[in-house]
Design a protein around this ligand. Sequence first.
Ligand SMILES: C[S@@+](CC[C@H](N)C(=O)[O-])C[C@H]1O[C@@H](n2cnc3c(N)ncnc32)[C@H](O)[C@@H]1O
Length: 273
Amino acid sequence: MNTVNVADLDWNLLWQQEKSKKTWQEKKACDWDRKAVSFAKRTASSSYVDKFLSLLQPRPQWSILDAGCGPGTLSLPLAHMVRRVTGLDFSGKMLEILRQKAKKKGLQNITTCHGSWEDDWQKLQIPRHDVAIASRSLAVHDLQAALIKLSAHAREKVVLSDRVKHGPFDPDAFAAIGRPLRTGPDYIYTLNLLYQMGYLPTVAYIHLDETPAYSSFSEALSGFTWMFRDLTNDETKRLKHYVESISTIAQDGTVTVHRRHVPIWAYISWIPG
Ligand SMILES: C[S@@+](CC[C@H](N)C(=O)[O-])C[C@H]1O[C@@H](n2cnc3c(N)ncnc32)[C@H](O)[C@@H]1O
């Protein structure tokens, strides 16, 4: 009988192999630029932020590096709770939204940095912070290199959130329009890789099990269309039909959507060596 030795598994390679089977390949900065406004709108009302922050328990004296910060989903609330925040992202549009929102809120302790995971962070002059976080943003080619980089930029703690199984995608929506769903490697690879790298990560799970409410059906539908590229007319019809079948419309026109598979995120934290 062939035996498998766990210590011989190369989790970075397994992760890369699984990633190459994804339906979509990685989005570029310009793709995120295009999505920035709708992404900011969609995440603003999600319970994800409160759940992440209650696990993080921010301390007032902390400086925090938020890698792949997007439109400030966490950087903005964190800036009210900690000493200072650095938001790094390769999408200029995401950073623009973050800066606009920070200005509106009168926040002066956020620094933005236009750069990518792959850039030389020393050249970007990103110093070591007390805590480094990467929330739903580990879109890299070399996971191990990203984990090393993140760990090297934190003194006290590193935190990332990673998909559990299908993550924010809805398998029923894919089945409804007849497209396969291959979302690539989930958190279990990251967890094993961190262990192999000598860390003792802890994991908690963020279940987004609230029933989302939208002000119109077209808004509810847009909560699903972002999952697909280049929908045909026929696919759009089938998707509409599916979303209608799981929606309830209240008398005031509010649309609530009941998904069978709710998004789950793994909240992984470790102490950098
Ligand atoms: C799903 S959003 C997450 C944003 C925010 N952290 C949150 O949890 O809402 C992913 C973010 O990562 C950024 N991103 C993706 N790949 C990146 C890369 N290689 N370098 C820097 N940022 C990247 C995108 O521009 C986007 O803002």
